[in-house]
Design a binder for this molecule. Structure first.
Ligand SMILES: [Mn+2]
Length: 310
């Protein structure tokens, strides 16, 4: 049981994945609130030094650090489908809390529910099963993950359970309007600028069923946009009726690139990314391209995508 690990630990590090989204950071933030009650030392950690400013409304956002504490004796990762998503390597007991179909059970303990729409749903179920009281702050953190991973209740995986969970969290104090404002309506100038440039340069392949974007480092520097701001444009492309999948290659400042894919469910993004070492969900998946010369890999991937459409 993950409980015994938590009970015996003195300093627990809660880990949101690199370039965290509201699901990963929301789940970690809700757990932070809970662990504070146990009077243990807790650190809210993310290996990325820059975090999407649209997540600043989450409770404990100001506690987030990219410095891993030396006296930690237990780690809990949230929304990480593979060990690589943690962005660190430590020989410590690890509880892996997640909902990705591609999760490879890398934890000492694994708390995984692949039918949950968000990792925050997994955390909510854990709280309820263990009679842990959910306060307003925790409800907001959990609700943020639910909103993000359900694409504001527009994803095809939304079920009656999704809305029941939303109902419970609102009753517990989550503010719907606040979450939607921060996650969907608040735009930076950089976000609008890069949206304009990327949509203008978008390539449409396979009779307009696949949208392709290429983001060089120079464009990130020019516009000041970050990863989250780029990836948002994938959803814009999917808004076109003909587009069933969108893929983006974003050059990484430390070399290599990041690949992100979104689909409407016609083809499986997690299967495609999984074949090349990445992972995710049917409708969104990604991977990091480390090697300098990854052109061949991308070409092979494009061939696979074409075949999937046949
Ligand atoms: Mn998630």
């Amino acid at each position: 049981m993950p409980h015994s690990l938590i009970d015996s630990a003195h300093h627990i590090v809660l880990i949101a994945h690199q370039n965290p989204d509201a699901d990963s950071l929301g789940a970690a933030s809700a757990f932070y609130s809970y662990l504070l009650r146990t009077h243990k030392k807790v650190t809210l950690f993310c290996a990325s030094s820059e975090v999407n400013p649209n997540l600043a409304f989450l409770p404990w956002f100001d506690k987030l650090t990219d410095r891993f504490p030396e006296d930690a004796d237990c780690m809990i990762s949230f929304d990480c489908g593979s060990y690589g998503r943690l962005g660190i390597e430590k020989e410590l007991p690890l509880i892996n809390v997640d909902h990705h179909v591609s999760n490879d059970f890398f934890g000492t303990h694994n708390l995984i529910n692949t039918s949950a729409i968000s990792t925050t749903e997994v955390v909510y179920d854990f709280f309820v099963a263990n009679s842990i009281k959910i306060n307003g702050k925790m409800a907001l953190s959990l609700y943020a993950g639910l909103i993000d991973d359900s694409k504001c209740f527009s994803a095809s995986q939304c079920t009656a359970k999704t809305f029941a969970l939303a109902h419970s969290l609102i009753e517990l104090g989550a503010e719907h309007a606040l979450c939607v404002e921060w996650l969907y309506h608040r735009r930076s100038l950089a976000s609008l600028r890069i949206q304009g440039v990327l949509l203008k340069q978008m390539k449409l392949l396979i009779d307009g069923r696949l949208a392709v974007f290429d983001v060089p480092l120079s464009l990130l520097e020019e516009t000041g946009a970050g990863l989250a701001e780029c990836k948002r444009v994938l959803d814009d492309a999917l808004g076109m009726h003909c587009v069933q999948a969108a893929i983006m290659q974003i050059e990484h400042p430390k070399g290599g690139a990041k690949l992100s894919m979104r689909t409407d469910g016609t083809i499986d993004a997690s299967k495609i990314m999984g074949s090349f070492g990445g992972g995710g969900h049917v409708q969104r998946a990604g991977m990091r391209l480390k090697q300098e010369n990854f052109t061949e890999l991308v070409e092979n991937m494009m061939m696979m995508i074409k075949k999937e459409f046949e």
